[in-house]
Design a protein around this ligand. Structure first.
Ligand code: GLN
Length: 453
């Protein structure tokens, strides 16, 4: 814990931590020592981790990196972090992220961008770490945490893991409790781990997961021993290659990486099967209707009364308080989502956009269901590019949204997936491969991930 507290300070230039909790870390490490001595250590006992600022931590500032939650200190702990503390993990601090987890580059945070610890060969410029879990991946890749909690609504665990050479796992929707996670899009949000190895992710996910009566969408299923799934034996497994993921104009190095992954899995005894996910092209537009719709509803609670920021103009009334608080408190990307979400939910447009998107979402889930009648897992690139430079896409929301093309379909279907580091691009930046699995079959996802790692 002491070494990690020093590492957290040394990593300041990354801007990964927005709150540091060294005293807490030392106290928790003492408790872990006592537990080890008493012979009742759990899998995470003494392991120092960072917490994405989206998870409510009792008495520790939790803002989802939004100005509107400035100064908010929750009176309760999220279930996922409580599970980790119960397993003996040690808290290093709170990690930077895109505001309310809306973004793919960590450039929308109220606390400024996070730097990717990786740089292109021979270059002095900084790259984005991906998003929205930018602080989570940068802290882990930068050796300022053994692991970090993260959340994935449309790719926010997998894409930043790919950009930083780390492992990220998004479990099946319902596997981890959402209690105490600041809500973005409730039907999509899932917690998961970011670590440096697949084994670490298996152990950490095991500690995070589990049924929680405090979240009505948490599912009452036993949590398997994920570590035991890492047998390295994938002989006879059928791995699907979705033809629709061969995008026109995709960089050759991404295609090359994908083929490399196929060869590795074949060499390990898996059977490669071409599959079709015909509604893939509708996933991005569907996601960017469903997610903002849910966000606009979830974010209605930030009214200047209940949490954080309150801004009332001199002599102003209730409506002025709402307007100024929300006007000051939300950043431009959040406002964009609220406007899109309100629009697609409004009378006259609901049927054309929101209802239609819900129907297409079902078709996307059906595509996967049919594919999993033929294959045990699916292999794709995690993102259509490596990490990009700051400012590259921040003025162009559509270009930013396109980065989520390979991650959103599984999110819409609620299915588990991972990203594993699989190579470097021509500039020496990390690239990731995505492994998707059947609902509740994180074990196969992890097993295949372990072979690719
Ligand atoms: N980049 C996507 C978005 O901005 C996904 C974010 C996430 O998974 N939290 O909505």
């Amino acid at each position: 814990a002491q070494a990690h507290i020093a590492a957290v300070d040394a990593a300041d230039p990354l801007n990964a931590y927005i709150v540091k909790t060294p005293e807490k870390a030392l106290a928790m490490a003492d408790a872990a020592d006592a537990r080890l001595k008493a012979g009742n250590a759990a899998p995470m006992t003494g392991i120092p981790i960072g917490v994405k600022d989206l998870f409510a931590t009792e008495g520790v500032r939790t803002t989802a990196c939004s100005h509107i939650l400035s100064g908010f200190e929750p009176a309760y702990e999220s279930t996922v972090t409580q599970n980790l503390w119960d397993a003996g993990a040690v808290m290093l601090g709170k990690l930077n992220m895109d505001e309310f987890a809306m973004g793919s580059s960590n450039e929308t945070s109220h606390y400024g961008p996070v730097k990717n610890p990786w740089r292109a060969t021979g270059s002095n410029s900084d790259y984005v770490p991906g998003g929205s879990s930018g602080g989570s991946v940068a802290s882990v890749a930068g050796y300022a945490a053994m692991g970090a909690t993260a959340s994935d609504t449309g790719g926010s665990i997998r894409q930043p893991a790919a950009f930083t050479g780390t492992v990220g796992v998004k479990p099946t929707y319902g596997r981890c409790s959402r209690y105490g996670m600041v809500a973005f899009a409730s039907s999509l949000d899932q917690a998961g781990p970011v670590t440096r190895t697949v084994r670490d992710s298996a152990i950490m996910l095991g500690a995070m997961a589990g049924y929680d009566p405090k979240d009505s969408t948490s599912v009452d299923r036993s949590v398997p021993d994920f570590e035991a799934a890492l047998t390295g034996d994938i002989r006879g497994l059928k791995i699907g290659i979705p033809q629709e993921y061969h995008l026109a104009g995709m960089p050759v190095e991404i295609e090359t990486l994908w083929h490399q992954g196929i060869d590795w899995l074949k060499a390990a005894g898996a059977e490669i099967v071409d599959i079709n996910l015909p509604h893939t092209k509708y996933a991005l537009p569907t996601y960017y209707i469903v997610a903002p719709a849910e966000a606009s509803s979830n974010l209605a609670r930030y009214d200047g009364v209940r949490y954080g920021l309150r801004d009332v103009p001199q002599g102003g009334g209730l409506a002025d308080m709402y307007e100024t608080t929300r006007g000051q408190g939300f950043g431009p990307e959040v406002k964009r989502r609220v406007m899109i979400g309100t629009y697609v939910l409004s009378a006259g447009y609901y049927d054309a956009y929101y209802l239609k998107a819900q129907k297409v979402r079902q078709l996307i889930a059906d595509d996967f269901r049919r594919a999993y009648e033929k294959v045990d897992a699916i292999l794709t690139p995690t993102a259509p590019s490596a990490a990009f430079a700051f400012g590259d896409k921040s003025d162009d929301p559509i270009a930013m949204y396109l980065n989520d093309v390979f991650t959103v379909p599984a999110s819409l279907a609620g299915l588990p997936g991972s990203s594993v580091p699989a190579g470097l691009d021509a500039d020496g930046l990390p690239l990731g491969l995505q492994i998707l699995g059947r609902a509740w079959d994180e074990e196969t996802v992890l097993k295949v991930s372990g072979v690719l790692e």
